[in-house]
Design a protein around this ligand. Structure first.
Ligand SMILES: Cc1cc2nc3c(=O)[nH]c(=O)nc-3n(C[C@H](O)[C@H](O)[C@H](O)COP(=O)(O)OP(=O)(O)OC[C@H]3O[C@@H](n4cnc5c(N)ncnc54)[C@H](O)[C@@H]3O)c2cc1C
Length: 282
């Protein structure tokens, strides 16, 4: 289906982009277009103005500042895979990016776009919560920082509101004693998740997060407490995760019943925890 008529602007600066998003009701940021153009074709979204971020090179940078990995919102999934900064700090980001869809989607699709959509089946929302990321959002009122836990608000809803522009994602650099893992069951080899689990450990403190079991990523805090400080092997990981499924209220759909998702969530969490634990050993 063809797109409905839409105005188009290509700002040269972040300030200009924010002004355009603020001044026009119905304006929408356009990043890689991998989701937005498709939903526009289906008439599920009908923005009046597209504010194309493609000219904003400052939003494409990936750098390490002190002990923080800074990723511009317009960094593509392919650039995460190629980044030496990602490789030495949080290589899980590159590994997960490499499993998303196909090379075309990875070359165009951005990390910012992936999380601004907040499709619960996407790879990055649960992972960024597990990594303790912070998102920086610019608006006409200035800049604000939002933790990943507060960023995801509902299905297709985030803390990025009208007139807002996500500019960067900040993630604590890993280092010694830290390890990350992600596991899940996808629709096909490179499809979106049916259920996923992401885990991160830093010096014995855990973050374990589930995807696809609710509108937003769900932190498994009881599991985190059981794992804290202890030696993690398969038996202890399974013991920590036991009962997790019963605490969840996942959706039931054509891909998986709620019960099957509960079971997949437990298995994904165990695998992610074991992967993170192995990597934390160095
Ligand atoms: C065939 C196919 C398969 C896919 N498979 C997977 C998969 O397996 N796993 C997975 O995780 N994802 C998958 N995706 C989703 C893909 O990762 C996302 O479409 C992509 O990352 C979105 O990024 P984008 O840059 O294209 O965003 P766009 O489509 O341009 O934008 C998406 C939304 O985010 C908003 N937005 C984007 N950037 C900003 C910003 N900086 N500030 C404010 N708002 C912003 C836009 O306004 C829009 O509402 C798939 C997509 C396709 C087309």
């Amino acid at each position: 289906m063809l797109l409905r008529e839409v105005s188009y602007a290509r700002p040269a600066t972040v300030d200009e982009a924010v002004t355009l998003l603020t001044e026009h009701d119905g304006a929408r940021a356009l990043a890689g277009g991998q989701t937005l153009v498709n939903v526009m074709k289906q008439r599920a979204a009908s923005p009046d103005v597209l504010v194309d971020l493609a000219g904003l090179d400052e939003l494409r940078t990936i750098s390490v500042s002190g002990s923080t990995l800074e990723i511009g919102a317009m960094a593509t999934l392919s650039s995460l895979i190629r980044s030496s900064e990602v490789e030495v700090t949080r290589p899980i980001l590159a590994e997960v990016a490499a499993t998303v869809a196909d090379v075309q989607v990875r070359n165009r699709g951005t990390l910012g776009g992936n999380i601004c959509v907040n499709d619960p089946t996407n790879h990055f929302p649960p992972l960024l919560v597990a990594l303790g990321a912070t998102m920086t959002i610019r608006s006409a009122a200035g800049e604000r920082a939002v933790t990943a836990s507060d960023f995801f608000v509902g299905v297709f809803e985030t803390a990025v509101g009208e007139g807002d522009l996500l500019t960067r994602i900040s993630i604590p650099a890993g280092g010694k004693g830290a390890g990350d893992g992600m596991s899940g069951v996808t629709l096909g080899a490179h499809g979106t998740y049916i259920a996923s689990g992401a885990a991160s450990v830093v010096d014995g403190a855990w973050r374990v997060v589930l995807g696809c079991v609710a509108a937003v990523p769900v932190r498994a805090t009881a599991v985190e407490e059981r794992l804290a400080g202890g030696v993690v092997d398969e038996a202890s990981a399974r013991a920590a995760v036991e009962g997790l499924g019963a605490s969840l209220d996942p959706p039931s759909d054509v891909h998986a019943s709620a019960d099957y998702r509960r079971s997949l969530a437990e298995t994904s969490a165990v695998r992610a925890v074991l992967q993170a634990s192995e990597r934390a050993k160095g």
